[in-house]
Design a protein around this ligand. Sequence first.
Ligand SMILES: Cc1cc2nc3c(=O)[nH]c(=O)nc-3n(C[C@H](O)[C@H](O)[C@H](O)COP(=O)(O)O)c2cc1C
Length: 162
Amino acid sequence: MKTCIVYYSLNGNTENTAEKLAKLLDADLVKLEPRTEYPAKGFRKFFVGGKSALHEETPALKPYVFDAKKYDAILFGYPVWASNVTPPVRTFIAENRGAIFGKKIGVFACQAGSGAEKTFERLALTLGLDSVPYTLVLNDPLRKPSEANEEKIRRFAESFRD
Ligand SMILES: Cc1cc2nc3c(=O)[nH]c(=O)nc-3n(C[C@H](O)[C@H](O)[C@H](O)COP(=O)(O)O)c2cc1C
């Protein structure tokens, strides 16, 4: 099974996790970058990003390479924004809906405290699924590294691979 990890990360937590999962799953990485990046710090970070997530925007992305036919499985990764799916991931799904249909789907989300479960429901809705069968939640894993997180990542990779 060949997996593609499609992720967005503003402050590195999701990126760090995506890289670990890529090693464990021998997966390819597709990093999503909005043409106009969101503010990465201060009040505007929460204001601009939060508003965009609440409105379920689909911001234009920088060019990326994604050859869907190479993959059996897609793993989405994003930070939780206002209990919602981060907008660049919405753009990717809108641009590749047909190509990802029928593939094995999983998701991991980084959050500060809560909201990831809600985003999984919203992601499923966006993908036209009842639910996303493989999910992983981490709390700011870059800022708060722990052996427990490493173990969660390993177990998630194992269950996704099987
Ligand atoms: C605009 C914005 C909204 C956020 N909303 C939430 C939220 O609803 N719940 C939560 O637990 N964390 C929230 N966070 C925190 C991030 O999800 C969290 O810090 C995550 O680990 C950041 O991942 P990244 O480093 O890959 O960007 C928000 C962060 C931003 C910038």
